[in-house]
Design a protein around this ligand. Sequence first.
Ligand code: FNR
Length: 183
Amino acid sequence: SQIKIAVLVGSLRADSFNRRLARAVEKLAPDDFAFRHLQLNDLPLYSQDFDAAYPATATRLKKDVEGADGLLFVTPEYNRSIPGVLKNAIDIASRPWGTNSFAGKPAAVIGTSIGSTGTAMAQQHLRNVLAYLDVPTLAQPEVFIHFRDDLIADDGSIASDGTRKFLQGFVDDYVAWIRRFAR
Ligand code: FNR
């Protein structure tokens, strides 16, 4: 049976480097892994008032997370942290109180940026949030990709042999991590 992975990309930009990285990484996974990018662009800004009557898009996000066997967070760094888009989605799916949709879902965090520190600070912040939400997150390898125009080839694969081998190592460890938790 298929292992379902919910992918949360922390950028809404049409040509997002992180979405391209996510697609390239997905190509390195085995056939029984099915990746689905969750829709974040129509979510309202979270308000605790929602807890009385959750908006339909927010409930959809919770169901999408709950239906997944594992999570993959692929995020840019905004001002040395995670983008508000991603934090908002996480806040939405973590509530109403007592219905944290993330609890127990195994995950990994990767990202790319044009800055030389390659999302390291954002990922560290995200790991802190995920720990609180009871998400067992793959510790190693860390994946901080410095984006350059030649990173991803026209066919969507990772262009350089060295980076592709590194990311294949990450995917292999990620796949083993998710399988450890699969029902
Ligand atoms: C950035 N960028 C950025 N890069 C980085 O390495 N560290 C940072 O703290 C920031 N801060 C930041 C803030 C804001 C508001 C923006 C719009 C951008 C640059 C960022 O890496 C670049 O825009 C990436 O292209 C964003 O990822 P996507 O959208 O291409 O996936």
